[in-house]
Design a protein around this ligand. Structure first.
Ligand SMILES: [Zn+2]
Length: 303
């Protein structure tokens, strides 16, 4: 049974298909991840124009079919193209990381009729366009912007990290002199509840080299230690906690205007023993809860 459907969508990936067509993966706020075939889209002067380029936002018309997972797209009208994203490599790579995250975590069209996460797809869609908009004029701070997007996107998908209260005793964390972050349980632990901490290998280094999964890297080395029953926490300084809070709660445009101090944010901050940088923490957190392969598909160093 064919049904004509219309939706607005952003293009996450566009691939060649045979001689003249394109196979395009879209994110639509009401249809989720949508894979469409655009026949003739690679012919000169085709009707699709720039509508199916990566990151372009378009209004599309497609033929939905109950027994198919790839639908034929019949028409598309460009809404916004984000041309600035391709002018600086950092912008493009940051937007590509966001697209990669969405490709891995969004559900496809026929699965979106149930589930709580999909109810937040309209918010996630607006978040995506808002961050593409910020990235389009950004000249630096790309890791902070992508990290901020990941924290907010994970929240919409049902995994908002607890940064304000201790996961175990529920006391407000702001006055604690030392805290830990437990990526597996998704939040912070106060100094009383997290006496045992363990360093996480940086993404793309120890993890990729040894082929470990994120959950292996995070397991306490002494599994029979005093806090094994509460899981492990990664050491987190107060400055790092403030940075994570800012990335989660501040709008992208504000983060772009006043970027977090690089020393607080990236791998250079993880100099002393037992410390892990904020970006690795974020990536470990989203990988554990949303897709383990994210840990290896992200490359902060390229940003
Ligand atoms: Zn506590």
């Amino acid at each position: 049974m064919n049904r004509i459907r219309r939706t607005e969508a952003v293009c996450l990936r566009s691939a060649r298909h045979r001689e003249t067509s394109k196979l395009v993966t879209l994110f639509s706020p009401d249809a989720g991840k949508l894979v469409v075939l655009a026949k003739g889209a690679r012919r000169p002067r085709n009707k699709f124009g720039a509508t199916l380029e990566q990151f372009a936002v378009s209004k599309v018309i497609y033929y939905w079919h109950q027994e198919r997972t790839v639908y034929i797209i019949s028409d598309a009208e460009l809404v916004h193209a984000f041309p600035g994203l391709t002018l600086i490599p950092g912008r493009f790579l940051a937007a590509a990381q966001i697209a990669e995250f969405l490709l891995r975590t969004l559900r496809s069209h026929d699965q979106t009729s149930s589930g709580t996460a999909v109810q937040h797809y309209p918010q996630l869609y607006r978040l995506t366009l808002a961050y593409f908009d910020v990235l389009e004029t950004a000249t630096g701070g790309f890791p902070a912007l992508v990290g901020s997007f990941l924290l907010k996107a994970a929240s919409f998908l049902g995994f908002r990290p607890e940064l304000r209260r201790c996961l175990r005793c529920r006391k407000p964390i702001s006055d604690a002199d030392a805290v830990a972050f437990d990526p597996e349980r998704g939040g912070v632990l106060c100094s009383k509840c997290a006496p045992y901490t363990v360093a996480v290998p940086r993404a793309g280094e120890g993890v990729r080299r040894t082929g470990q999964m994120a959950s292996d890297a995070l397991r306490p080395r002494n599994r029979w230690g005093p806090t094994a029953q509460y899981g492990s926490g990664v050491k987190l300084t107060r400055t790092q906690l403030a940075t994570l809070s800012r990335l989660l709660y501040s709008p992208g445009a504000e983060i772009a205007k006043a970027l977090p101090d690089e020393e607080r944010l990236d791998r250079r901050a993880a100099g002393s023993a037992g410390e892990t940088d904020c970006l690795t923490l974020i990536l470990t957190f989203v990988s554990l809860h949303l897709d383990p392969l994210l840990l290896n598909s992200f490359n902060w160093k390229s940003l």
